[in-house]
Ligand binder design. Structure first.
Ligand SMILES: [Zn+2]
Length: 201
């Protein structure tokens, strides 16, 4: 499980932004005592979290490893649906899998429907999950995989903004903006594994 690393950002001089885990006594850029700030230290919002805290969402994580430590733009993604009771349903090479919570602690979640759609979301997930086609024999790593399951669910959900969604526009419109946030965060996080500060313009 990956907890929020609690990265901090502040600004002192030259409009440089300083990223760190703990605020130092002296500015790492100008080396003066940190008596005041142009931007007071604040914790950067952590873009990942546990799927079980995000009812009625689409959850996405790297197929292998974590966003924070392992992900890069070429990594494969794995995707699942969470219902209003926090049940997580995913399709992989072992067939349909339910509530594998320990694997979904470091994911991004897309909350795409208003609360008035929640019971329809749950019912649709029940119906789709009972279909025979989600079995080991039908699984194929590129043409019949976790995305096939989620897209089939979204098609049956028939929510106006997600009508006729395909893998490309689901990724481009919904997943990519969140992934970019994750990449920015994890880049600084990984630099701070070897440095006390990261200074950016
Ligand atoms: Zn300074």
């Amino acid at each position: 499980m990956v907890a929020n690393p609690g990265l901090i950002c502040f600004s002192h001089c030259d409009s440089k932004r300083v990223f760190c885990k703990n605020v130092p006594e002296k500015c790492p850029h100008c080396h003066l005592s940190l008596l005041d700030f142009t931007i007071e230290p604040f914790q950067i919002p952590y873009p990942c979290g546990s799927a079980r805290h995000h009812p009625c969402s689409i959850a996405v994580r790297p197929s292998v490893g974590t966003f924070l430590n392992d992900y890069d733009v070429n990594s494969d993604l794995h995707i699942a649906i969470v219902n209003s009771k926090m049940n997580i349903v995913e399709f992989d090479r072992t067939g349909l899998r339910f509530n594998d919570y320990s694997k979904w602690t470091d994911c991004i979640t897309l909350e795409v429907i208003p609360s008035s759609w929640e019971s329809h979301w749950d019912k649709t997930l029940d119906v789709v999950s009972k279909e025979d086609k989600w079995n080991i024999d039908n699984y194929h790593s590129t043409v019949f995989n976790c995305f096939t399951f989620v897209l089939d669910f979204l098609n049956q959900l028939n929510f106006p903004q997600l009508k006729s969604v395909n893998k490309e526009n689901l990724c481009e419109k919904f997943i990519l903006p969140k992934i970019q946030e994750v990449i920015r965060y994890s880049k600084i996080y990984r630099q701070l594994n070897n440095n006390l500060y990261v200074i950016l313009n």
